[in-house]
Design a protein around this ligand. Structure first.
Ligand code: PMV
Length: 308
């Protein structure tokens, strides 16, 4: 039997602008993860069980564009395995779906690694990352590739689309509280809507993306220098620019405000927006009370995590 696990991720700064070539920062969230087990099946076929999404099927009975089936089909294709082995695949994930925590990328990466280990088809991190990016493209239209990169390497990542992956150093660990609106919001839609805005006023939006990119640059320096207290203001500014891009929502704004009222140093939505998660920078001793206030303001789930 082979097993593999991949963490969730959260974008600290730079979502959406990253699609247009500006930098973004993202970090792993190890409190949530996708776990995959692969073993030889006693009956013919490739059997997939994923209780979180109510799936228990043989590969060939699933539509070929099913997100999990397409990972397996594409993996079998690249590994040129023939004849196909009989497999039982079990997928468990604690990462909420379509909420900006990278659940799709985590399942893809864990599944790819478990399959490659099982059939002794060795893949480097670069190969896993490139494969996961191809899968992301099937479901997210024009993804930047940030999700698969952070999830593959499980390190804080400074990401610029199309450029080699760069990790960055965290001078002093800091604490963030993540709050889930519980509203699942497809990233593809918010990315598509931002593109429509950009298509009709390119200069205006390039300016906005540029400001976001500068915030991400400044945040990286601040984090490397261990001056994390100064990130709060940058988060607030980044959130305002995301509101301008129309990707926030009343529920996200409510949680962002509740966190600030409860003493967070700053807060913003994270990821595609319109739903999904927000995050707040907190002094460690305030983490639990900010998490409590987020719950009171409607958060369905909260995660306290340290960025190391
Ligand atoms: O919603 P998430 O966490 O998958 O993040 C999307 C981030 C975007 O910048 C909006 C899109 C992308 O592909 O980078």
């Amino acid at each position: 039997m082979t097993k593999s696990s991949a963490p969730g991720k959260i974008i600290l700064f730079g979502e959406h602008a990253v699609v247009y070539g500006h930098p973004a920062l993202a970090v792993p969230v190890t409190q949530v993860h996708a776990d995959v087990e692969v073993l030889e099946a006693s009956r013919p076929g490739i059997w997939i069980e994923a209780p979180d999404v109510d799936l228990q099927s043989e590969l060939n009975t699933l539509p070929s564009d099913h997100p999990i089936a397409s990972v397996v089909h594409n993996f079998l294709f690249i590994s040129r395995l023939s004849p196909f082995p009989n497999l039982a695949i079990k997928i468990d994930s604690t990462i909420p779906v379509a909420s900006g925590l990278g659940s799709g990328a985590a399942v893809t990466v864990a599944l790819t690694r478990a399959l490659s280990a099982h059939i002794h088809y060795s893949m480097t991190n670069e190969e896993v990352n490139a494969f996961a990016y191809e899968i992301e493209k099937l479901y997210h239209g024009t993804p930047s590739g940030i999700d698969n990169t952070v999830v593959t390497y499980t390190r804080p990542v400074y990401f610029v689309k199309g450029q080699p992956m760069e990790t960055f150093r965290v001078g002093q660990p800091f604490t963030i509280v993540i709050g889930d609106t519980g509203i699942s919001a497809p990233t593809k839609e918010s990315v598509g809507d931002v593109r429509k805005l950009w298509e009709v006023a390119q200069q205006k939006w390039e300016d906005v993306f540029d400001q976001v990119g500068k915030i991400a640059e400044q945040a990286r320096k601040t984090i490397e220098n261990g001056k994390w207290e100064m990130l709060g203001e940058l988060m607030n500014k980044n959130h305002s620019l995301l509101q301008e891009m129309t990707v926030s929502s009343p529920e996200l704004d409510q949680l962002v405000q509740a966190a600030r009222n409860a003493g967070a140093l700053g807060s913003k939505l994270s990821g595609g927006g319109r739903g999904g998660n927000m995050m707040a920078l907190v002094e460690p001793e305030r983490a639990e009370s900010v998490a409590f206030s987020l719950k009171e303001a409607g958060a369905k789930q909260t995660i306290v995590t340290q960025v190391l």
